[in-house]
Design a protein around this ligand. Structure first.
Ligand code: CP
Ligand code: NVA
Length: 300
């Protein structure tokens, strides 16, 4: 595997299988079998944005692997007062054995990884959220027994969000069929669609639902885009995932969401809270297992 996990471009399909296998094993063992590859190691968790799942699952995950997590609020670091990302990377590489970072510009994470001599894991940037999508794929694997071209997913809403971008990379990696149902103002980025026949952009939300195994949506206003709230509420309104869409999907179709969810916006309360359809809490749990696998493989 590569030193860092910045986007799913960093993984081969063999790497993905290795991650799935270790994550599933750790999940099944539930800590009964000692596994402490991070014993004596410290992992810095830099956050410039809010988080519930990512922060807690990484902090708990580092601890369960025998290591020590250090939560670092980016606003309280010197990088917030003008120290360069490169100097920060150099210094942290002398103390830590790995860095997990959630911030705004993807370029900052790329620069951190370029200079750091220790593994860097992207815990969300404006452009990508690879750890979330690894957990999503693990969840699909559990429910469908595989993640390949036989799986059809439809993503609804912001076609340029970090989630949509990462799902497109996941479709490239796994071959799954992915339809992005999005308005033209926030349609998927050309360079992520180009040359990939299993990824489609669809304006019509009903057409996008045909034969779907997994519906997926994300917030309409991502962190850092709060100024655009009014415009976003308008343009994404036709792309809510609700009961009506399920009538066009496969009978056993499931609902995924990275969370946090806004009932009545990107998803109806009926779908979000339907135990037959919504598998969002299994998906959230899988963040812990998959990230433990990634850290064990990169930081051992
Ligand atoms: N899905 C996700 O990354 O959640 P948090 O923002 O709570 O970490
Ligand atoms: N697109 C969302 C994902 C939250 C996990 C955001 O960036 O806020």
């Amino acid at each position: 595997m590569k030193k860092d996990l910045l986007t799913l471009r960093d993984l081969t399909s063999d790497d993905l299988q290795t991650i799935f296998e270790l994550a599933s094993k750790l999940k099944a063992e539930r800590g009964r079998v000692p596994f402490t590859p991070l014993a004596g190691k410290s992992v810095g968790l830099i956050f410039a944005k809010s988080s519930t799942r990512t922060r807690v699952s990484f902090e708990v995950g580092v601890g369960e692997l025998g290591g020590r997590p250090l939560y670092l609020d980016q606003a309280r670091m010197q990088v917030g007062r003008g120290e360069t990302v490169a100097d920060t990377a150099n210094v942290l590489s002398r103390y830590l054995h790995g860095i997990v970072i959630r911030t705004f510009a993807h370029a900052d994470v790329a620069e951190l990884a370029r200079v750091a001599t220790i593994p860097v894991i992207n815990a969300l940037t404006d452009e990508y959220h690879p750890c979330q999508i690894l957990a999503d794929l693990l969840t699909i694997r559990e429910y469908s027994g595989r993640v390949d071209k036989s799986i059809r997913m439809a993503f609804y809403g912001d076609g340029r969000s970090n989630i949509a971008n990462s799902l497109m990379l996941a479709a490239r990696l796994t071959g799954m069929e992915l339809v992005i149902a999005a308005p033209k103002e926030e349609r998927p980025r050309e360079e992520l669609l180009d040359g990939c026949p299993n990824i489609h952009w669809e304006l019509d939300p009903i057409k996008a639902a045909e034969g779907v195994d997994y519906f997926y949506t994300d917030v309409w206003v991502s962190m850092g885009f709060e100024d655009e709230k009014e415009r976003r509420m308008q343009i994404f309104r036709p792309y809510q995932v609700n009961e009506k869409l399920f009538e066009h999907a496969r009978p056993e179709a499931k609902f995924l969401h990275c969370l946090p969810a806004h009932r009545g916006e990107e998803v109806s309360a009926g779908v979000m809270d339907d135990p037959k359809r919504s598998i969002v809490f299994d998906e959230a749990e899988n963040r812990l297992h998959v990230q433990k696998a990634v850290m064990a493989l990169l930081m051992k």
